[in-house]
Design a protein around this ligand. Sequence first.
Ligand SMILES: [Zn+2]
Length: 438
Amino acid sequence: MMDTPYWEKELETISRRDLENLQFSLFKRKMQYVYDNSPMYRQKYDQAGIKPDDIGSLTDICRLPFTEKEDLRESQERQPPWGDCICIPPEEGVRVFQTTGTTGTPVKIILNNNDWEKHFYRQFMHFMKGYGITPHDRLYVPFNYGLHIAWWGLQAAFERAGVMIIPGGGISSENRIKALLEYKATVICGTPTYMLYLEETARKMGVSLEDTPIRILIVAGEPGANVPATKKTLEKMWGAFCYDDIGSSEISNFGFECIRQKGTHIIESMFYVESIDPETLQPVADGEVGELVITNLITESMPLIRFRIKDLVRFDRSTCDCGRTFLRLDGGILGRSDDMFQFAGINIFPSALENFIREMVEFSDEYQIHVPKQGSGNPLLIKVEPKRKEVAPEELQVTRQRLIDKVKLNMTITPMVEIVKMGELPRFEAKAKRVYRS
Ligand SMILES: [Zn+2]
């Protein structure tokens, strides 16, 4: 097996103790910085009666109030367009982004030259080395970049590191398949949903993606890279390794999966992470599922302290087979705390259901989950469709029962599974909507 390529080996293999010392000094410095430069943070900490000097150790951090997405929205409404959450004069900005707005008014992001040229570059180099990408690779980006941070960062940093970038925005999926063949792309990025869709498109065109030079898929924006069945499907379809990339526009990209594929690493030299119980807001132990809270230790323009990103994760602090000591998210992002739903008294993550559905090869990769009102007595409904015309109806019924049994065994609930016509469920090019609540 190839040696692990590192970006900053000394930091990536640092002992936990030294890392915690480093994180503590960076955290203190950043807290003082936001207190001095962002009226929103100064007010937040004054209201809570806490000064930066009151933080004497990493454990004290849990006394600080969280930063919610809503705080950023309110700040920007108070003082459009950037709000009083930023720490730089807007004239210093060289890059702007905004969130997708799928959960409300988009939040605007501004970055100064230091953040964009220095800090983001450093972040993305961790990704590039982590995935084992070299200057010989060619990255195909099958998207319009727009105002979303997602592919701008990869594009700018990888290009600077010598990787050829092939932009594929503004054209049809068919033309994207043609382009990635023509340019002999070796790396492609996208949401897991779109990577599935693109493969379906290629198959209809009579193209087998397994036979292309693509060797790496970088997937972001949804769980999936780490939903075992989805990952396996993607790797098989594309004949490539599939690696997770996690981040958000507000806090930027902070996690990558290494070539050993043993969970998603957090760049802990640049970010401080905590895991909390979304109900009690108290810390949860390593190995337990909790909601990710993340602090930006390095950036200058709009660093966020204790940001509730609403992703559910499970921490693993053991050293990875790659040699990195950076904490890993076991199974990547397990789901969104907003997406998690309760049924028959248990918490259900849609990604866990997705894993069972995608293990059933007779069904296509599209599905819908319909969650009934609590206490209505109605069953949980899963809609699936056949993968191919040739699958016999009897075979579909057997698979349907297998899916029901699997969910029952693992989750102690009995879902209703409806098989709809092939192609009836909607396809998505970006983030998919598959959970519907009544
Ligand atoms: Zn690793």
